[in-house]
Design a protein around this ligand. Structure first.
Ligand code: ASP
Length: 439
């Protein structure tokens, strides 16, 4: 059995809906369908979810929202007409939403209607049952997913339906209100349904044929990743590669259910498989490269630091007290470096510095900014000699100065710090040495 989730661009208009319908009908095992709200139809278009948030803002400010609402209704009516669903209409739903926006406007409720309405159209179009996640996806008092209850309820409810459409992105809060996940959260709904129903595969359909080895905005036509493990994906997504919501892997991962990222516009492409573990070698020594700019390094010096017990704890205390999480912590015998996000750090910079002075009494502290971090990730690296050597010689050839090196304890990744201005050159050099030369 397969659970299939379709992203906003896969459902942006009737034409896209038809492609999705053909994909679902082509395989009877595609029993549970999770739609997003209609996304952008063309560059510069507005996602329905963004229109819904705009409408909620206007309603909350007691402004006239009728124009925004008209735009939203048009999007759905265009789809309904294009699919020639003559006996189907969302007018009752529209009326209810308008009433609610006037009487008790609420951003989560408004945003959730994007997938709710799309789900109703999809169910009518496919002839599948419509199941509202409000009845079976629950959040706890802290606003976190109530995992056990949700899994139990989803399994119970869906055992009554052979084929169903379940809108993504929302569920029910602890006090009985509609609550959404964070943006892009339909991926999580799909994962929950796949996990609860013990699917064989969770297919996540989008507008790209899977993950690329590097960011296509930086590297031209990068190679595709055929298979990636959950852990590799975590490493890459934390470094900024995003196709899938980062919380979407947990419900399926626990059960070893693979995720297959597929392209609605090119269903024949194999896409990328995300798996717990695999004997399959990646095509290259590395699986992927990702990175982000704008980090800061706080360098702390103190003679005899290595023999002072508790020094590291005191330094980290200064960051904790200021609610800053750190990314990396390479250290030397009398030095310690804490790497943090610039935007999280910059405002509290002087408070942190004085706290380190007070708590750890270092000899000196220096701050360097404009640092970019690059993660080179690959399960194949630990059994290969010379990977690090190749990375650094490639960077040297490209005249990139390496400012920091950190190999994760999993030996799954090597993190390299370079200056912001060298970021793109460094990515290209690493990509070329592993993918283009294919050694
Ligand atoms: N429609 C929501 C968003 O735009 C959720 C999703 O697409 O997954 O964030």
């Amino acid at each position: 059995m397969k659970v299939v989730k379709f992203g906003g661009s896969s459902l942006a208009n009737a034409e896209q809906f038809k492609k999705v319908g053909a994909i679902i009908r082509a395989d009877k095992r595609r029993r549970y369908v999770i739609p997003s709200a209609p996304g952008k139809r063309f560059n510069g278009d507005i996602k329905v979810t963004d229109l819904l948030y705009r409408m909620a803002d206007q309603a909350l400010a007691q402004e006239d929202f009728s124009e925004t609402f008209a735009q939203i209704k048009d999007r759905y009516n265009e789809i309904i007409e294009g699919l020639e669903l003559h006996d189907f209409s969302l007018d009752d739903q529209f009326e209810e939403i308008e009433k609610r926006m006037k009487e008790d406007p609420d951003a989560d409720f408004a945003a959730s209607r994007g997938e709710h309405l799309n789900g109703r159209i999809m169910a009518a179009y496919l002839g599948y049952a419509f199941v509202d996640p409000f009845e079976m996806i629950f959040f706890d008092e802290d606003g976190m997913l109530d995992d056990r209850r949700t899994m139990r309820e989803v399994e119970k409810r869906l055992s009554q339906e052979e084929y169903a459409v379940i809108p993504g992105f929302y569920g029910c809060s602890h006090d009985g209100k509609v609550k959404t996940f964070s943006r892009g959260g339909s991926d999580i709904t799909g994962s929950i349904v796949a996990g609860a129903c013990h699917a064989d595969v969770y297919e996540n359909w989008t507008d790209v044929s899977g993950f690329m080895v590097a960011d296509p905005r930086i590297i031209k036509n990068p190679a595709r990743i055929e298979t990636i493990t959950y852990r590799e994906l975590r490493e890459l997504s934390y470094m900024g590669a995003s196709v899938l919501h980062e919380e979407a892997i947990f419900p399926v991962r626990r059960q070893g259910i693979p995720i297959n990222i597929k392209n609605t516009n090119r269903p024949e492409d194999e896409g990328t498989w995300i798996v717990e573990s695999t004997a399959q070698k990646s095509g290259y020594v590395i699986t992927g490269i990702a990175g982000r700019k704008d980090f800061c390094a706080v360098l702390i010096y103190k003679d005899m630091m290595n023999s002072e017990i508790g020094f590291g704890r005191k330094v980290l205390q200064a960051f904790e007290d200021n609610e800053i999480s750190f990314e990396h912590m390479p250290s030397g015998i009398d030095t310690m470096t804490i790497v943090v996000h610039e935007d999280e750090f910059i405002e509290k910079e002087q408070k942190v510095v004085s706290a380190i002075h007070r708590l750890a009494k270092p000899d000196s502290i220096e701050i360097e900014s404009d640092l970019a971090l690059i993660a080179v990730v690959g399960r194949g690296m630990k059994s290969m000699r010379g990977t690090a050597g190749r990375i650094f010689s490639a960077l040297a050839h490209a005249h990139v100065n390496v400012r920091m090196i950190d190999q994760g304890s999993s030996e799954l990744n090597i993190i390299i710090g370079v200056e912001n201005r060298d970021f793109e050159t460094a990515l290209q050099a690493i990509y070329d040495i592993f993918v283009l030369t294919q050694l």
